[in-house]
Design a protein around this ligand. Sequence first.
Ligand code: NAD
Length: 517
Amino acid sequence: MSCLVKNRLVYLAALHSRSCHTVVAKSAVVTQPLNFLNGKRMEPVNTDKQQQFPLQYPATGEVLKTVQSSGAVDVDIAVTAAKNGQKIWASMSGFERGQVLKRAADICRSKQEELARAETFDTGKPIWEARFDIQGCSDSVEYYGGLASTISGEFLQLSKRNFAYTIREPLGVVGGIGAWNYPFQMATWKSAPALACGNAFVFKPSQMTPLSAVMLGEIYKEAGLPDGCYNVVQGEAETGQLLCNHPSIDKMTFTGSVPVGSKVMEACAKDIKHVTLELGGKSPLIIFEDSHLDNAVTGAMLANFLTQGQVCSNGTRVFVQKKILNQFLEKLVERTKKMKIGDPFAEDTTVGATISRQQADKVLSYIDIAKKEGATVLCGGEEVTPEPKYSKGQFISPCVLSNCHDDMTAVKDEIFGSVMSVLEFDSEEEVIDRANNTEFGLAGGVFTRDLCRAHRVIAQMQAGSLYVNNYNVYPVGVPFGGYKKSGIGRENGPEAIDYYSQVKSVYVEMNDVEAPF
Ligand code: NAD
C-alpha cells in the first residue's frame, strides 16, 4: 500500500501546481439518464413510481437524482442488445478487441478527475482515494486489453499423426451485479475480462452508486466498442433478479454479501448458468512480536480504515502477540485519533462519509453490542458532524476495540465499517487455528521479520488473498477472490479469463477409423 500513499503524494503535488484545473464542484445534481443501452444513455421504459429510489450524496444527504428502477422490459432490451452486439464483437480478433480496451484505458485516464468526482459523490469516500481507485481500474482495462490477443487454444499431438486442438470461446452474454464500495472497480474488473474474451456485458450497479458505470459505457463507445456490447440497467434487488433469471444470460458475475450471493447462485442454478461470486469477509491479520512495529500499525490501519472501513478484504480481526500488545495499541490509537474526518473533497481528509443511514446505524449498533459483550473502545466509534453542513450525512470516527475474544459478535460478523477488533495471542499454532475459525476466507495477512514463519503461516491460512508485511494491496494482474463462503471464481489476473470463457476440444482422426464392431 506504500504505492497508494506514494500516489496520494503525487496527486497532492499535482493538484497544488494546477489548482485552477482541479476545482471540485460541491454539488452534482444529476440530470442525465443513467441506463446505458445499445450505446446510449436512456431512461427506463418502466415508469412505476413504486420502483424509484433516491441517489444521495452520503456526506450531506442531498438527493442528486430520483432514479427509476429498470423493469423486465428494460432488462430485456439490454440483454437483446448485448446478444446482437456480441455477434459482432466475437467475430473480431483478440488483437482488435484488445485495441479497443487499451483505447478505453487511455480515455479512463484522461477522465480520471471526472470519474473520481462521480465516485466520491456516489460513495462519500475521500477524493484522493477515489482517484487512486480509478487509476487501478484504468490499469485493469489496459491489462485485459493486452491479454485479449493472447487468448487462444492449444494444439495436442497424439499418436499416429492424430491430433486434437482446443478453442477458447466466449460464453455469450454476461450479466454483472455490483456492490457500492468500489463502483467503478466492479464495472471494470468485470467488464474488461468479459469483453476481452468476446462476451457482451450487462451491468447492474448498486442502487447506492449508479454514476460511474454509465460513464464507462460512454468511454467504451468512444474507444470503439460496438453498440450493445456494454449495457447498464439501474435498479435494486428486483432488477438484479430479472437479470439473473433472463434466459439469454449465459453467466452472472456478482459482488456483494453472502446472503445475496446465495440468491444469485440459486437463480442461476435453474438454468445451469456459470457464476462468479465475490462475497464478504472477516479476515485475520496476524502481528508477531518480531514485527517492525510501525509498519505493523500502518498495515493494521490500511487493513481497516480505507473507504470508511467498507472494504471486503479488510483484516478486521487483528491478532497481536502478547509481548507487544500494549506498545502496538498505544501507537495505533495515537495514529487513529489523528485521522481527519470531514469533507470528502478535501485533499487532507482521511475519513469520508459512510454510505447510508442504514449502514451507519448497523456499524454503530455493532459497537454497542461489542461494549455490552465486554470489549473496550480505545478510540472512535462515535457519530460525528465535522461541519454543520454535514448534519444530514453520516460520519463515524474509526474505532479500535480491545479486550476482544473470538466469540464476540463484532469479532465474528462482517461489520463493513471502520471497526478494528484487536485480539491477543500467545503461540503460532494457536493463532492459525483462531484465524481460520470463520466461515469466510477472503483475505488475511502476517507481519513478521521471520521469513520462514511468514510463509509457514501463510501456507496454513484458508483464504484467497494473503499479504506478508503489508495489507490491501491490489496490483493489476494478481488474482483476487475468496475461499469458503467468500466466493467462487477469481477476478483481476489471468485467472479471470478462465471464468469468462469456455473450452471446446476438437479431436482430428488422420487414419482409418478403428472400432471393435
Ligand atoms: P448486497 O449483497 O446487499 O448488494 C449487492 C448487489 O446485489 C446490489 O447491487 C443489490 O442491488 C443487489 N441485490 C440485492 N438483492 C438482490 C437479489 N435478491 N438478487 C439480485 N441482486 C440483488 O451488498 P452491498 O451491501 O451492496 O455490499 C456489501 C457487501 O459486498 C459486503 O458483504 C462486502 O464484503 C461485499 N463485497 C465483496 C467484494 C469482493 O470482491 N469479495 C467486494 C466488495 C464488496
